[in-house]
Design a protein around this ligand. Sequence first.
Ligand SMILES: [Zn+2]
Length: 430
Amino acid sequence: MFWNREMETIGEADLEELQLSRLKWTVAQARNIEFYQKAFSRAGVAPGDIECLDDIEKLPFTRKADLREGYPFGFLAVPMHDVVRIHTTSGTTGKPTVVCYTRQDIENWTELIARNLMMIGLTADDVFQNALGYGMFTGGLGFHYGAERIGMTVIPSATGNTKRQIEMIDDFGVTAINCTPSYGLHLAEVAEEMGSSLDSLKTAVFGAEPWSESMRAELERRLGVRAFDSYGMSEMYGPGAGFECEERDGLHIWHDCFLIEIIDPATGERLPDGERGELVVTPLVKEAMPLIRYRTGDITRILTEDCPCGRNGRIDRLSGRADDMLVIRGINVFPSQIEHTLLALPEVGDQFMVYVDRINHLDEMTIEVELNRRYFSGELADLQRIQQKVAGAIREALNLRTTVKLVEPGSLPRFEGKAKRVIDRRGAIW
Ligand SMILES: [Zn+2]
């Protein structure tokens, strides 16, 4: 189902024309911000230099650190009189980032959320429990407005009080829930303890945290739902900039509102479609806080095949952060690629460690991975076969020869919170 069929299925030529006119508008809007006046003049670029979409490469990047330095209103392009709402990011490291919205910004964001929710089959007949934070975090209010716009019955449950959340699902006949994947698992656990089967639930939207395909399977089984991935960040209004359709094969990015590029995070160079790198986003219709080439730090790639749903353009689900990237013998390697490869091999578990050394001026990568318990007492020949299979799969995925060591189940460190699976022993590069 389409909320806005014309825009969701716009043809390539029309889209490019729209993107170009909106990019020119955004560059002009950004000129209201001192940071961009200076950045454009440093880069020797004027708004008139943007004549085609590829000219975006002439424009400078914007980094998260720039936004932090602009605290609180350094990136505001309109008078405060025109701002109708302020959100902030959580600010786990240093000052939070402030995001301001005009009335039109809120309207555009609402439209995108409405597209997303209708794209996964939700309608005015659905009862939508919105279990995301409603405060300064963009998740709660962002979804709230879009779901109301479709005409859904919205329950602004926010987070916490899990037993009450489950009672509401049962008592109000909730058909769709929106929360973080980790809260989804918690809900499932508490529902199981309470003996609730969550019968009415059919659909779940998960976002705000990375989550794997195996977690999707577990969430779907335990909550009895079809689960969809939601991507966004407050710099792009909030949630909903990218969303899975019913095919669940990558995230649709709303190209009329966001111009995307994939760059090599080490060099800043633009990569061809299909190659994995850092997602860079230029929002095209943001009034209060226009951004130019915002480096998201998220790693993905552009999917070039057409989606059967008929909508344009997709990116792969996010696969890690640019900060985690390793450069091994000139090849960019993301730990998430290793994890992804190992998860597909039944002979090994999901615990691994990566060591990087420089031996005789050459980078060497060693991957230690725990054997699956079922294979642990196998014959030596079996172990050699497994070792070769794992090394072959890693070579295929990374295009890189590595040393693979199989270790005893349970012998590698376990991590609470963010895992530190990579030990780079190469020291400083001069
Ligand atoms: Zn699709």
